[in-house]
Design a protein around this ligand. Structure first.
Ligand SMILES: [Zn+2]
Length: 199
């Protein structure tokens, strides 16, 4: 699976298709093999931190243009449902990832119009308010390999059951001071991970 990791580096760690992957020069397992192991292409990429495919196309400038257009059209600040139904019909997801929430994106836009922040500051997003901690690609792979591509809790494996979706989990949660060291990371299936969060 080092091959997939290398391919990801070639594509700047942003989304790439099976065709793009299979067309790269050199020898590597076919995309079909990768899909066989992890259930689907999207899941394989998601495992190494790459979220596909359509949402990634929107730059912060695109997102702001879209928000502004929807706002003007509606005459009020768009909420979740409105943003998905107006303009380019972009979901709130990309806004949440870059500004923390759709609401904060709207607030920043209003601040920009009031002359309180520059366009650069507006487009920079609210990185600090986004609680996501990125686990480096090579560490994700190391954890999955160490845990034999199986859920550390129930033993579920995507290669034998395609409904199993593996995620890399922080054993001691980041919110409570857990770090990104390999000892604090484990492969969990989505079900077990969700069960852990609900507790
Ligand atoms: Zn599990």
């Amino acid at each position: 699976m080092v091959a997939l990791q290398k391919a990801a580096n070639t594509f700047d760690n942003s989304y790439f298709t099976t065709t793009q992957y299979d067309d790269l020069p050199g020898n590597r397992p076919h995309s079909g093999t990768v899909i066989g192991r992890f259930g689907s292409w999207k899941r394989s990429l998601k495992l190494i931190g790459i979220v596909g495919g359509r949402e990634r196309r929107h730059s912060p400038a695109d997102l702001i243009d879209n928000l502004e257009a929807a706002w003007k059209e509606l005459g009020f600040r768009p909420g979740k449902r409105q943003i998905a139904a107006h303009g380019a019909r972009i979901s709130e997801g990309p806004y949440r990832r870059h500004w923390g929430s759709l609401l904060s994106a709207g607030e920043r836009l209003a601040e920009f119009h009031d002359g309180r922040i520059s366009r650069e500051q507006l487009l920079a997003g609210n990185a600090a308010s986004v609680p996501r901690v990125t686990i480096p690609l090579k560490d994700r792979w190391a954890v999955l390999k160490r845990d034999c591509y199986k859920c550390a809790k129930c033993g579920g494996s995507p290669s034998s059951d395609h409904t199993v979706e593996l995620e890399v989990d922080h054993i001691h949660p980041v919110a409570r001071g857990g770090g990104n060291s390999l000892e604090n990371l484990q492969a969990l299936c989505r079900k077990c991970n969700q069960g852990k969060k609900d507790r």
